[in-house]
Design a protein around this ligand. Structure first.
Ligand code: SF4
Length: 689
C-alpha cells in the first residue's frame, strides 16, 4: 500500500495535489487484509481520510486476484457519480493492471422498451407538452445505448409519464418479453457481468438481495465481496426491502396495465373492464378509511383493532375498514380468477396475475398484523398512501442473506462509531458478540474494525461553541432563546452558515425569528429544490441556509462560504415514529435499555453527520455550535462530546470571533472583536468594521 499511497507512490506521482495521509494507508491495509483473510470489516473514516481510494485500490486488487466481482454500494447518487466519473477513471490510468467497472442504477431509471411500445396507444399522456416529450423519449430510446433517463438532459426532470414506461420489476415480463435481448436492463446486466467492479446504490443492492433466487427482478450478477460506503444507512434501507408494502399507486398502475392488455375479444374485455371497475371502487373506499398520517412527517402506526376487534363475547368483528378490505380483496380475487381463466394468455396476463397475487398476499399480511417480528405502519407522501410491514430487527436477515453468504463485507462511513466504539452498528446489523438468542455469534470474530484517523487538524480548524445559558429544549422559552443565540453567532461568522433543525416546525420557527433580524441572505428548505438551494447558498456571499434532515448528510460545501454549522437540538429519532418506537420496544422487551443502546448512539451518529458538513478540506475552518444544553447538563452528554472531532470547546462567543479575526483583518484593518454587550448584544453584531 505504501507503493501506491506513499509519499513517492503511484498516486502521488500521478496527482499533483495528492496529500500523504497515514489514515488512508491504514484503512487500505485493513481492507486488503479483510479480502485476504475473507473477513468482514467495519471502518469509520472521517472526512479527509481519503476513504474512497482506500477501499477502491484493494477492491481492484481483490477482484483481479480472486477473479470475483466486487460490488461497491453507496448511499447517495453523488457518491456513485463521483466514483464512476472521477475515482475509477483515475485508477484505471494509474494502476499497472487493467480493470473494468460498471455502473448500475435502480430499474426505475431505465426505460422499458415494451412499455414504451404499449404507451404509444395508451392514455398515459396528460397534455400537449407530454405528447412532444413522449416523441422525444421514444426517439431517444431507439438510439440510446443505456436507456438511462439521466441522458435526457433537455427534458424536464419530472416527466409525468415516466412511471408508465420505466423498467420497474413489477411490470417486467422477464425472459418472456419479446424485447428481452435489446432490453436496457439485460444490457446493463451484461455490462456488469463483464466488469470487475460494480457500482450500485443501497436501494438497488437491497432490492436485489431481497429478490435473489427468484425468477424476477434480480439484476446484480454474482459477487464475491461487497463494500458499503455510507454504511450507517443500510439498516433502514434493508428494512424497507425485507418488508411488505401496498400503495394506492400500485393498484392504480395495476388497473391501467389491465386496460393495456393486448386482448381483442370484446366479451373478455368487457368482463375485464367490469373487474377493474369493481377493484377501483372498493380500493377508493378502502383508502378513504385511513385518517392517520396527516402529521408533519406523514408516518403513523397501524394500530391493533384497525381492521378487526374482539367483542365482549370474544367473537372477532370486522371494523368498517376491515369490511372495506374484505370487499377489495374479493374484487382482486375475482380479477385474478378472470385473468386466470383466459385461454392462450399472453405473457402480460401472467405478469398481471403474479402482481395481483403478490398484492393480495402483502395486503393480507399487513391487515392480519400478527407477526410480532414486524412493525405495521402507514406513510403519506403527496397523493400516495403506503401501507407497510417492516422487520423490526434486520440483524438475523442480514446474517442469513449477507454476512454468512458473502466472504468479505466492508462497512465504511464517516460516522459509524459512538465514543470510538462500534457496539451500536454491530448490534443493529447482526455482528455483535451475542446473537438474538443470546448465543455467541461467530460473525463477531469474523469482523475486524478500525477507526482511521483523519488528516484534519481539528484543534486548529474548528471550535465547538456550546452557549452556556440555553433553557431546556422542551421548555416554551427555548425557541426564542435559540433564535437569539443563532443571531449572535451569525453576526460573528457573518452568515456563511447552515442552521440545521431536527424538525420542519423547529426549522420554520427559527427561520421566521432570525431571517428578518439579520442582514444576511437567508434561504429555507422547502422554498425550492435541494440542488437549487445549495447552488444559491454557494453563490451568495454571507448566505444562511435553514434546513432539516436531508441536509444533514451528503452535502458538500467547501471553503469559507460555509464557516458555521449550528444544530438546534440533539437529533434523537422521533419516538412517535412507528419504526423507531417498535425498535425501542423490541430492545426493552429483551431486557435492554433502548435509550442507551439505540437512541443515544443513533443520535450521536446523526450529530456527527450534521457537524461533518463543516470541515471538508485541510484549509477549511469554522465553528460548530449545538444549542442543546443537555450536551453539558446530562450525563449522556459526555458520550456525545467524546464522539465529536477533537476540537476546542468553548462557551464564549469571543473565542468564536477569534477564529475569524485573521480573515476579517485581511478584509478590513479596522475590524475589531468586541466583547458582547449585555443589553445590545442582539441589536448589533459582536464586531465592528
Ligand atoms: S425485459 Fe422487462 S424491462 Fe426489459 S423491455 Fe421487457 S418488459 Fe421491459
Amino acid at each position: 500500500m505504501e507503493e501506491i499511497f506513499g509519499r513517492e507512490g503511484l498516486i502521488a506521482r500521478a496527482h499533483p495535489e495528492y496529500e500523504y495521509r497515514p489514515g488512508q494507508i491504514q484503512m487500505a491495509e485493513a481492507v486488503m487484509h479483510a479480502f485476504e483473510d475473507r473477513h468482514h470489516l467495519i471502518v469509520e473514516a472521517g472526512t479527509g481520510t481519503g476513504k474512497t481510494l482506500a477501499y477502491l485500490v484493494p477492491a481492484v486488487a481483490a477482484a483481479l486476484g480472486r477473479g470475483a466481482r466486487v460490488v461497491i454500494s453507496t448511499g447517495t447518487k453523488n457518491l456513485q457519480e463521483q466514483l464512476m466519473e472521477k475515482d475509477i477513471p483515475f485508477l484505471q490510468r494509474v494502476l499497472p493492471k487493467k480493470f473494468t467497472a460498471a455502473y448500475m442504477k435502480g430499474r426505475g431509471n431505465y426505460a422499458c422498451l415494451q412499455r414504451i411500445k404499449r404507451a404509444e396507444n395508451a392514455p398515459v399522456l396528460e397534455g400537449l407538452d407530454d405528447v412532444d416529450y413522449f416523441d422525444e423519449v421514444r426517439q431517444w430510446a431507439r438510439e440510446s445505448q443505456t436507456g438511462d433517463r439521466a441522458e435526457l438532459t433537455e427534458l424536464p426532470e419530472k416527466l409525468s409519464f415516466w412511471r408508465h414506461i420505466d423498467a420497474r420489476t413489477e411490470t417486467c415480463l422477464g425472459q418472456k418479453c419479446p424485447d428481452f435481448d435489446p432490453c436496457f436492463i439485460t444490457r446493463m446486466r451484461q455490462r456488469a457481468q463483464d466488469a470487475d467492479i460494480i457500482i450500485v446504490n443501497h436501494h438497488l443492492f437491497f432490492a436485489d438481495l431481497a429478490l435473489r433466487g427468484g425468477e424476477y427482478g434480480q439484476v446484480i450478477p454474482d459477487y464475491g465481496a461487497v463494500i458499503f460506503d455510507e454504511a450507517h444507512q443500510i439498516e433502514d434501507v434493508a428494512a424497507e426491502y425485507f418488508g411488505f408494502q401496498v400503495s394506492n399507486y400500485q393498484i392504480d398502475d395495476l388497473l391501467r396495465d389491465l386496460q393495456l392488455l393486448p386482448i381483442n375479444d370484446s366479451s373478455v374485455n368487457k368482463e375485464l373492464t367490469r373487474a377493474a371497475g369493481r377493484v377501483s371502487r372498493f380500493a377508493d373506499n378502502f383508502w378513504l378509511g385511513f385518517k392517520e398520517g396527516r402529521g408533519e412527517d406523514g408516518r403513523a402506526p397501524i394500530l391493533p383493532g384497525t381492521f378487526a376487534r374482539r367483542k365482549q363475547n370474544d367473537e372477532i368483528e370486522a371494523t368498517a375498514l376491515g369490511d372495506a378490505y374484505l370487499s377489495l380483496d374479493g374484487a382482486l380475487e375475482r380479477m385474478e380468477t378472470t385473468l386466470d381463466a383466459l385461454r392462450d394468455k399472453p405473457p402480460e396476463v401472467d405478469n398481471l396475475i403474479r402482481r395481483v397475487r403478490e398484492l393480495r398476499f402483502a395486503l393480507e399480511f399487513i391487515v392480519a398484523g400478527d407477526d410480532k417480528r414486524y412493525v405495521y405502519w402507514l406513510e403519506r407522501r403527496g397523493r400516495g398512501l403506503f401501507l407497510r410491514a417492516s422487520p423490526i430487527d434486520v440483524s438475523a436477515l442480514l446474517q442469513d442473506k449477507l454476512f454468512d453468504r458473502v466472504e468479505t463485507v466492508v462497512l465504511t462511513s464517516a460516522t459509524l462509531a459512538s465514543a470510538g466504539r462500534f457496539d451500536f452498528i454491530r448490534r443493529r446489523l447482526g455482528l455483535a458478540d451475542m446473537d438474538e438468542q443470546g448465543e455467541p455469534n461467530p460473525l463477531a470474530d469474523k469482523t475486524n474494525e478500525l477507526v482511521a484517523p483523519s488528516s484534519f487538524d481539528y484543534q486548529k480548524q474548528a471550535v465547538l461553541y456550546l452557549p452556556s445559558k440555553m433553557p431546556d429544549p422542551r421548555s416554551p422559552q427555548w425557541t426564542e432563546a435559540a433564535a437569539d443565540e443563532v443571531i449572535r453567532i451569525l453576526n460573528v461568522t457573518r452568515g456563511r452558515a447552515f442552521v440545521l433543525s431536527t424538525s420542519v416546525s423547529g426549522m420554520r420557527a427559527l427561520y421566521e425569528r432570525v431571517a428578518a433580524r439579520v442582514d444576511y441572505p437567508c434561504f429555507v428548505q422547502g422554498d425550492a429544490s435541494k440542488s437549487w438551494l445549495l447552488d444559491r447558498f454557494r453563490a451568495t456571499p454571507n448566505a444562511v441556509l435553514f434546513a432539516t434532515a436531508s441536509f444533514w448528510q451528503g452535502v458538500d460545501v467547501r471553503g469559507a462560504q460555509l464557516s458555521c454549522v449550528i444544530i438546534d437540538k440533539l437529533p434523537f429519532a422521533v419516538p412517535t415514529d412507528p419504526v423507531v418506537a417498535a425498535r425501542q420496544r423490541f430492545i426493552e422487551d429483551a431486557g435492554g435499555s433502548s435509550f442507551y443502546e439505540y437512541s443515544v448512539p443513533q443520535a450521536i451518529i446523526t450529530l456527527k453527520q450534521g457537524l461533518g458538513r463543516l470541515i471538508r478540506s485541510t484549509t477549511d475552518r469554522g465553528v460548530l455550535s449545538v444549542l442543546d444544553p443537555r450536551l453539558r447538563t446530562q450525563a449522556y452528554g459526555r458520550m456525545f462530546l467524546n464522539s465529536l472531532p477533537p476540537c476546542r470547546i468553548t462557551n464564549k462567543l469571543e473565542d468564536v470571533a477569534e477564529m475569524f479575526a485573521d480573515e476579517f483583518n485581511v478584509q478590513s484593518s479596522k475590524f475589531k472583536v468586541k466583547r458582547a454587550r449585555k443589553d445590545s448584544a442582539l441589536a448589533s453584531p459582536d464586531f465592528e468594521l
